[in-house]
Design a protein around this ligand. Structure first.
Ligand SMILES: [Zn+2]
Length: 352
């Protein structure tokens, strides 16, 4: 028995059915959504929304789904938020909406994958016509949290789309979407906001100063939904600890760094390691660091010790590691391997 309860991205808060509440799109996505809805008669039966984490893709997908089901849409075709259909969507009880996301298992942990019974339930939903006579919407987020079995089950649904059916798949990791699924979807890249807009939003959400917003946005790679996390002391402290462990390398051992990173999931420390490497690349080319301006002195010092071709190789190596970030066979070993890949930028072991 699977209970449906989880918020896998920060932007979501649990709703009445245990799923994250459907929330409106982020302000920077209004225009993109309006453009997409303007041609909604010609919407393909499957859309794959790609974009970096923390920019509001999930909300975008939810707002799109709500708009397609709304029975009294606004002039720009976005959901009215007031009709019966919008009420059911908000309560996650709309009979023509199915949402597949990561659930909380009985042991209280977030499932790592979308489960086959979830996809099978979707297939059942598809064979029944629309209850309200309009469209039906299947939201799959994150779409990269599928495995071969669930992908195959979904593929059948994608191959035989029913009338008025729209699948909306969301991912930050397009590499993890199999070509068979991808080729059946129309791909849309969802962009994040410009820095000024992101900064204003972060300040509005947290009450922080423009300088703090700038620092958090830099660390979060410009992703505002991730940046607001740093307003929480616990996250901010975790970030400092992880960054300290990474920045001490190669003057400390990868084992010591892996010990320090142990409490956190790879999806937290690996992007940090990747950004740190990108900043090293920038510093070695004489540019200012983009993500860690406060660590500029250490970055410059380390940049003088790296070998540029080896750094490029380490960057590719970390990107390859990222493909396994959700499902490492052995998390501890995965961490040490990733740190070794990073250390490759400083030349072979023994010469660093
Ligand atoms: Zn409505």
């Amino acid at each position: 028995m699977v209970t449906t309860k989880i918020a896998h991205e920060r932007e979501e808060t649990p709703g009445p059915a245990g799923l994250p509440t459907l929330q409106p799109e982020m302000p920077w996505h209004v225009e993109t959504l309006q453009r997409l809805l303007a041609g909604s008669e010609r919407l393909p039966h499957a859309l794959l929304l790609l974009g970096t984490p923390g920019i509001g893709k999930s909300r975008f997908a939810q707002a799109l789904g709500a708009a397609l089901l709304c029975e009294s849409p606004l002039p720009d075709r976005r959901a009215c938020g007031r009709c019966d259909a919008c009420g059911w969507v908000a309560a996650d009880t709309h009979p023509d909406l199915r949402r597949l996301s990561l659930v909380i298992d009985e042991d209280g942990k977030q499932a790592r994958e979308i489960k086959i019974e979830q996809v099978r339930a979707l297939a059942d939903f598809l064979v029944v016509g629309a209850h309200r006579g309009g469209r039906r919407v299947g939201l799959i987020d994150p779409a990269d949290a599928m495995n071969m079995v669930t992908d195959n089950a979904l593929l059948k649904s994608l191959e035989e789309p029913g009338d008025g059916l729209v699948f909306v798949l969301v991912t930050s990791r397009p590499d993890a979407i199999p070509p068979t699924i991808r080729s059946r979807c129309q791909v849309r890249v969802i962009e994040g906001p410009a820095l000024e807009e992101a900064s204003a939003w972060v300040q509005g959400q947290t009450g922080c100063s423009p300088a703090e917003a700038g620092t958090w946005l830099a660390i979060a790679g410009g992703a505002p939904l991730n940046a607001i996390g740093f307003a929480e002391p616990a996250q901010s402290a975790a970030h400092r600890t992880m960054l300290e462990a990474i920045s001490r390398l190669p003057d400390t051992s990868p084992v010591a760094a892996a010990d320090a990173l142990q409490p956190w999931h790879g999806r937290q420390w690996l992007p940090l390691l990747q950004r740190w490497l990108m900043d090293l690349a920038r510093c070695s080319a004489g540019a200012e660091p983009r993500y860690f301006p406060a660590q500029s002195a250490r970055l410059v010092e380390l940049a003088a010790r790296i070998d540029p071709p080896a750094l490029a190789e380490a960057g590719r190596g970390l990107a390859a590691q990222y493909r396994h970030v959700e499902h490492p066979l052995n998390p501890r070993l995965f961490c040490e391997e990733s740190l070794e890949v990073y250390l490759g930028a400083f030349g072979p072991a023994g010469t660093r």
